[in-house]
Design a protein around this ligand. Structure first.
Ligand code: SF4
Length: 333
């Protein structure tokens, strides 16, 4: 397995809490390893029942507390995330980082320098997803040896590591820099970094052992997002989606938007939802509804619902409309 699932710590936590029934929760990309982990744990502690949550989970905003209560579990083991910036579970939960054990090759590091050197700047902001957090120091030293100044920013919560970002939390990249580099697989976190910084953005992908300049792709998405904002401006019939996954329920944010929009004489409806899809929107929709505003996961409008026939906005985009200020793209909140 190319991740450290820290079975020793899991066993220690289970024994220390005397848990007898444990719910294991994995993000989508790590579910593949779940059965094998149960096999390993069963061998070491055969008197404990292990149950795998098969429900979708994309972040620590979504801890399976309801499921655990329903099946009578004593403990949740949640893999792949640190506790969410804006929610700490009420149910006993152990967080296992599941850091990647991949090693970066010299070619991968040299490829990163090649991509960076296309830009004039010398100051680099360096971030990573949790799976690759241990690589930060190695990449920092390599870039410093090449003459760059490297900053690893502070995260937004005490549960996170320096330089760690989430799909909706780029606090660690809020540092002045010329170029923003992220160590991550896929495009999800790299695009979020570009949207939040509006600066040259380069991804170092440890799985592919190469780097990619995602700045053009970020600019393409920005054009689409500004198009949605323009479509939604001055529209008077809004639906606010209120998330009901534990960490995606943001009642204060819902109230803020409801009050601001109704103050302007707009017609506003609130709809609760757990898993938002285009079909959910289509089933609710009426011809006179103009705009949807998603307060649950700010990535849904950008990554999943961008081709819905009516504008679906993030909280940051709705704020731009309310403040009538479009100069700086606000992401995510
Ligand atoms: S980006 Fe969405 S799924 Fe990921 S942590 Fe944030 S709210 Fe949760």
């Amino acid at each position: 397995m190319s991740y450290n699932f820290d079975e020793e710590r899991i066993i220690h936590e289970i024994e220390a809490r005397n848990a007898k029934k444990v719910l294991l929760q994995f993000p989508e990309g790590l579910k593949y390893f779940s059965i094998e982990i149960v096999n390993k744990l069963r061998k070491k502690i055969p008197n404990v029942d292990f149950i795998i949550s098969g429900e979708p989970s994309w972040g620590a905003c979504d801890i399976a507390e309801d499921e655990a209560i329903q099946i009578g579990a004593d403990l949740i083991v949640h893999f792949g995330h640190t506790p969410y910036t804006w929610y700490y579970p009420k149910f006993p939960t152990v967080f296992i980082n599941a850091e990647s054990t991949i090693k970066l090759t010299n070619e991968a590091l040299e490829d990163l320098v090649k991509k960076i050197s296309k830009y004039n700047g010398n100051k680099i902001s360096l971030t990573a997803t949790l799976q690759h957090i241990k690589m930060l120091q190695e990449v920092k030293s390599f870039l410093e040896n090449m003459g760059y100044e490297v900053v690893i920013g502070k995260p937004s919560s005490k549960f996170m590591f320096d330089g760690q970002v989430l799909g909706c939390d780029y606090k660690a990249a809020e540092v002045p820099a010329d170029i923003y580099v992220i160590i991550s697989g896929g495009m999800f976190h790299a695009l979020g970094l570009g949207l939040s910084t509006n600066k040259p953005t380069i991804k170092l992908d440890p799985y592919l052992q190469k780097s990619e300049d995602v700045t053009n792709e970020v600019n393409r998405i920005l054009k689409i997002r500004y198009g949605k904002i323009m479509q939604a401006m001055d529209k008077r019939n809004w639906v606010i989606i209120q998330g009901i996954k534990v960490g995606q329920n943001r009642p204060l944010m819902v109230k803020y938007f409801y009050d601001e929009l109704t103050k302007r004489g707009y017609n506003v409806y609130i709809v609760t939802n757990k898993v938002l899809t285009i079909d959910v929107l289509r089933n609710i929709d009426r011809s006179y509804i103009d705009v949807y505003l998603v307060t649950s996961c700010p990535r849904l409008p950008i990554d999943d619902l961008y081709n819905y026939e009516k504008p679906v906005l993030t909280p940051g985009e709705a704020k731009m409309i309310i403040n009538n200020n479009f100069e700086r793209y606000i992401f995510p909140w």
